[in-house]
Design a protein around this ligand. Sequence first.
Ligand code: PMV
Length: 361
Amino acid sequence: MEQQFIPNGLTASTEKGKVTWQTPSNIALVKYWGKREPQLPENTSISFTLSNCHTTTSLSFEKKQTPSDDFVFEVIFEGEKKEAFKPKIQTFFKRVATYLPFLKDYEFVIESSNSFPHSSGIASSASGMSAIALCLMSLEKELNPTLTETYFYQKASFLARLGSGSACRSVKGELVVWGNHPEIQESSDLYGVEFTDVVDSVFKNYQDTILLIDKGEKQVSSTVGHGLMHGHPFAPQRFAQAQENITNIKQIFAQGAIDDFIQLVESEALTLHAMMMTSQPYFILMKPNTLEVINKIWEFRNGTGSKVCFTLDAGANVHVLYPEHEKESVQQFITNELAVYCKNGEFIHDQVGMGAKKIEK
Ligand code: PMV
């Protein structure tokens, strides 16, 4: 299957150039937690693509004067040379070299910046890795102008996945599914696909306000967390539950069943953290203020009949999800009652977006 991404017709050539992509972050509704080599998910996941939280990456490339058998690149993050980011890119280049045989023919400069504050706890690996993957696909497209659009985006997602699993859901579409599932057409463990089934209008332009509860470095990386699902006593049940939740959420989207949506999404978030708390070794990424916020959201929902709910990723931050028609009231509630639980009162209003954009000069 992976064979389809090994190019066999690089007919054109290019000496130098520069391409730029802007790619979004995403927030999973049914969570991916647990993987096997090479970066394949143990269960299917689905996410909303975000809009305001994004990474912009430019890739400058120039043909090497003298051929060499290594990867030559510089990384510049928010205007500064970043040696610390190089090992991650080096590992990524090694992983994708079979699929991008031209990588060793060029010298690269990768310049990247985020729209959200660095180490805000917002996963930058999803938007970061999908941006590099798309830039590399733009280079491949120059070397093979006959590439189809479908292949371009599918392979971009495939490459992004090899950088960071959830990054494959940050390429194209408002709702993206990653992982083989019998009820999602074309779904694959190798790349993300747009969710193209019926979605009720209540889920259009869904809003996500990210509360920055704790901005420090995570104590446990997601790589370690995924690893702890191997031999986890509840892993088989968890993976089966996620597969069922994909079936359920498909119905929920079709029927506009927002109460069921709330129940499924909050349960997924707490289950993700329950897996962390029941790993060996166990760990807790939520902070006291994460729980304060959850309780406030429940109180507000019970008191007002609002359809606001929360989800979490692998950290202390809370994503507050709500339909567009509640934007005013929920944002007021956030300012009045939730901002006090955020570090320096910081939060980011976001909403569902379409996916990556190529920035033309
Ligand atoms: O892509 P990774 O390896 O950083 O894993 C992300 C895992 C979660 O954000 C917790 C869940 C998900 O599906 O995005």
